[in-house]
Ligand binder design. Structure first.
Ligand SMILES: [Zn+2]
Length: 181
């Protein structure tokens, strides 16, 4: 599964998540949704871009069935790909496999992808993504001693016996509440 960056326009925090190309996560930072970003670090220059991928005739390797299926999907959408194109499934608009716009011409792939991102209003800022890492604090690892957690759970249940069946949830709430200072 490809990974995608989500960026907070407010504080610049970047988070990386793996998911299917058609998916979009709703992640919040600084009180608003983080912007989904096209995986731009792979772009850099035309040479590195092509070296990492290879053109259409090579990139499917022995998977001729997969290639035929993709080409057929593109043709159905009115586009006949050039064998020198680079097919990039992550560029397919959500729910549009074989999206004609996902076939990148080999003469200027980076320029093409940047123009396409601009047209789609996708953030595509390779330098910034490379330079910035998530500024969110990592989740607490060993937040509380098990003995203390259990004692707190028991206290809460003693105060309110109706919580007894929800001990597992209670336990998590206590850990979260007490490990953030
Ligand atoms: Zn933020």
């Amino acid at each position: 599964m490809p990974s995608y960056n989500y960026k907070c326009d407010q504080c610049g925090a970047v988070e990386c998540h793996q998911h299917a190309p058609a998916e979009r996560l709703s992640l919040k930072c600084c009180g608003h949704l983080m912007a989904w970003q096209f995986p731009a670090p792979a772009l850099r220059t035309n040479t590195t871009f092509l070296a990492n991928r290879g053109t259409l005739d090579k990139q499917f390797g022995t998977d001729t069935a997969g290639m035929k299926k993709t080409l057929a999907a593109a043709k159905r959408r009115g586009h006949t790909p050039n064998m020198n194109d680079v097919y990039m499934p992550t560029l397919c608009a959500p729910g549009r496999p074989g999206d004609p716009e996902a076939f990148i011409p080999a003469d200027d792939p980076v320029g093409y992808v940047k123009r396409l991102c601009k047209k789609r209003n996708w953030a595509c800022d390779d330098d910034q993504i490379k330079a910035k890492r998530s500024q969110r604090p990592p989740p607490p690892r060993v937040p509380m001693a098990e003995k203390i957690v259990r004692a707190r759970v028991n206290e809460a249940v003693a105060r309110d016996p109706s919580l007894a069946p929800k001990r597992a949830r209670l336990r998590e709430e206590i850990i979260v509440k007490h490990s953030r200072k």
